[in-house]
Design a binder for this molecule. Structure first.
Ligand SMILES: [Cu+2]
Length: 243
């Protein structure tokens, strides 16, 4: 009796556990910054290995085939069969192409992650102008940072939730650069561009303009502050009441 029930219960528990795990994976937002770092490291490793192999081979051949005496004229070139010729051309080409396609596919995946905004993302409007960043929340509350006076909160966001920025410019082309989150997206007049990021934990970092936009370009920055969600709600309420 026990045995007969044991199997279905065990299977049921396993299925439930798997369903829960799948939901967790499905519900978990990938961090684009982490994916980008992963791709970058892979690229460095690949280039490093290939570069290393070629450097060692080149050094070896330079040493092996160097002139032994000033009047050394070397031997006649050895001719290859047609099959050998094709093999020497195609095998290395295929190895490199396979790696290129592999990296391109990964790059495409990371690009899609950057372009696909998670459904629960916090929407913030960003307006760039010479030389200021202004952030507007869904309820109309605005926040900015005055560089000269070193006043204002800048972009405040809740930690642990994805943030999508809908951006435009009032004058020239600026670019939203957030190194911590591996972001760079142009901000243009007459157009709305978007980018999203995931502030995983409370932190303070900075957005800087990364497209030269005039005399004060270097001073076009603002703090980006991720705070615990409850603190964010409080901040937004306080800010809304003040306005
Ligand atoms: Cu700018």
């Amino acid at each position: 009796m026990k045995k007969a029930f044991g199997l279905p219960i065990g299977l049921g528990a396993l299925l439930l556990a798997q369903a829960a795990q799948a939901a967790e994976v499905a519900g978990k937002v990938v961090d684009p910054a982490k994916e980008w770092d992963h791709l970058w490291h892979e690229l460095l490793i690949d280039i490093g290995i290939m570069g290393g192999i070629f450097a060692v081979l080149a050094a070896y051949w330079i040493y092996k085939y160097q002139a032994k005496s000033p009047d050394d004229i070397g031997t006649a070139p050895r001719s290859l069969s047609r099959a050998q010729m094709w093999a020497w051309a195609m095998v290395p080409a295929f190895i490199f192409m396979a790696d290129d396609f592999f990296l391109a596919a990964k790059g495409w995946t990371v690009w899609n992650i950057y372009r696909t905004v998670p459904p629960n993302a916090l929407e913030v409007k960003v307006t760039a102008s010479m030389w200021n960043w202004e952030f507007e929340y869904a309820d109309g509350t605005k926040s900015t940072y005055y560089v000269d006076a070193k006043e204002g909160d800048g972009l405040v966001v809740p930690a642990g939730r994805p943030v999508v920025l809908r951006m435009t410019s009032l004058d020239v082309i600026h670019s939203f650069g957030l190194v911590k989150h591996r972001l760079k997206e142009d901000v243009m007049p007459g157009r709305i561009t978007y980018i999203w990021f995931l502030p995983k934990e409370p932190e303070k970092t900075f957005v800087t303009c990364v497209e030269y936009c005039g005399t004060n370009h270097a001073n076009m920055y603002a703090p980006v502050v991720a705070v615990p969600p409850a603190e964010f709600e409080q901040w937004l309420k306080k800010k809304a009441n003040k306005a």
